[in-house]
Design a protein around this ligand. Structure first.
Ligand SMILES: N[C@@H](CCC(=O)N[C@@H](CS)C(=O)NCC(=O)O)C(=O)O
Length: 214
């Protein structure tokens, strides 16, 4: 069965940039739909029909829509196994690989956003992530095993975590601990990150010119 075309919905310099990096690493042929987020293009009816959340990233594969960075990354890395960015289901690291993708969305993001907005985590027993400190300690302990989230094995996980730690440190939500800074430098120093940063900067400049601000 031939592989249906993949459409990638992207907003430059957002969470979808991590998926753009993964696409570079995998060498995936995609059709890009790029939004001017400042102009609210991601909130138009045609995109809300694809992702009612009005959020990027999203991909469409045939008639199937996939949203959420972690789900998209798991899906693409499995779809293009020749890139070697996902341990297979029968490999011992597969469990840990899935753990850290799900941990990202169910623990890390809620913890850092609550922290950034000065929202109380609530009762430890009721909170999905427990406490910000526990999340930070858990992630740092994993990073110290390094050099990658899965130890010696580089994977699609590192694109997500490298991107996420960079922006959360940039916004001063996550502290500049040595293991975090070394990991960010190791991951975001890859050529794929530089390529996407240049593409995003170019798109952003063109969008500003189109809006009469350039
Ligand atoms: N849970 C989503 C979060 C995606 C997200 O928050 N994307 C932001 C960009 S960084 C967005 O699209 N914001 C636009 C808006 O809400 O108007 C994921 O993990 O992919």
């Amino acid at each position: 069965m031939s592989q249906p075309a993949i459409t990638f919905f992207h907003g430059p310099q957002t969470r979808s940039s991590g998926i753009a990096v993964l696409i570079e690493e995998l060498g995936v042929p995609v059709e890009r739909k790029v939004f001017n987020m400042k102009a609210g293009e991601h909130r138009r009816a045609d995109y809300l029909a694809i992702n009612p959340m009005g959020k990027v990233p999203a991909i469409k594969v045939g008639d199937e829509v996939i949203t959420e960075q972690a789900a998209i990354a798991i899906y693409l890395a499995d779809l293009f196994p020749q890139a070697g960015m996902a341990p297979k289901i029968d490999e011992p690291l597969r469990g840990s690989y899935l753990r850290w993708f799900v941990y990202y969305g169910s623990c890390f993001e809620p913890a850092v956003i609550d922290k950034a907005l000065n929202r109380d985590a609530g009762q430890q027993q009721m909170s999905a992530y427990g406490s910000y400190e526990a999340v930070l300690d858990t992630v740092c302990a994993q990073l110290r095993k390094g050099p990658y989230m899965l130890g010696e094995r580089f994977s699609a996980l590192d694109i997500l975590w490298g991107s996420a730690l960079r922006w959360t440190v940039g916004f001063k939500i996550i502290p500049e601990k040595p293991e975090i800074m070394a990991y960010i430098a190791r991951i975001t120093g890859r050529p794929s990150f530089a390529k996407v940063a240049a593409m995003d900067a170019e798109i952003t400049a063109q969008q500003a010119i189109a809006a009469g601000q350039g």
